[in-house]
Design a protein around this ligand. Structure first.
Ligand SMILES: [Zn+2]
Length: 211
């Protein structure tokens, strides 16, 4: 069985745990080697210390078995409301984007969506949205055609309308997107090894992901 990358909730994980021995390790392709290995942790969106928030589950491909050992690597299963490698939750991102579409300036839309994040993050996150939009729309087109008459021809309006058409009953369409397509709403940005540590975007933090 193919292991999901995003799961809806802890309850979903417990269901998956019951059939973990049937799952394939995404690294070494062995079956029956994965074990539960704690939580993925990260900065909580509402502040607090590092590692305070559970953001998913971690599995370990056991290399301690005598017969057919696994590869010893770990695998992350993200909760679908989490945006991997970002502090903000997808519900906050959705509020931010719909605020911009409603006519708010980016910083104002961000303040309305998140009372705890620095407004400067608004521009960085919006750039990531711009970088991701064509891939998101291409994925959505596999599910439903784009709406024929979006309210505005702007790419953001077209993308949000397409998300709503694909997941009409979802409270947070990007969450539904991650769960359905099993891929991150934003792709991880590769950081050059030459970058000084201080230049690494503040959203990045030490969480394992399979990107
Ligand atoms: Zn493995």
């Amino acid at each position: 069985m193919t292991l999901p990358r995003f799961i809806k909730s802890e309850e979903n994980f417990q269901e998956l745990r019951a059939i973990l021995k049937l799952q394939t390790c995404p690294h070494c392709r062995r079956i029956g080697t994965l074990n539960s290995h704690g939580h993925l942790r990260g900065y909580p969106e509402l502040g607090g210390g590092k590692g305070d928030e559970f953001r998913g589950r971690r599995l370990f491909c056991s290399n301690r078995r005598r017969r057919k050992p696994g590869c010893g690597r770990t695998v992350g299963l993200w909760f679908s409301n989490i945006l991997p490698n970002f502090i903000i939750r997808l519900q906050t991102l959705w509020l931010f984007l719909t605020g911009i579409l409603a006519g708010l300036a980016k910083a104002d839309a961000f303040r309305r969506a998140s009372s705890t994040q620095h407004p400067m993050s608004a521009y960085r996150i919006f750039r990531r949205m711009e970088d991701s939009q064509s891939r998101i729309r291409a994925c959505l087109s596999r599910l439903v055609p784009p709406p024929e008459a979006p309210k505005s021809p702007a790419p953001l309006a077209a993308t949000l309308a397409h998300l709503e058409a694909a997941f009409p009953h979802a409270r947070c369409p990007p969450d539904a997107y991650q769960l359905h397509f099993q891929e991150s709403f934003f792709r991880r940005k590769r950081v050059s090894f030459q970058h000084p540590v201080s230049r690494v975007p503040i959203e990045r933090h030490q969480e394992f992901s399979r990107n």
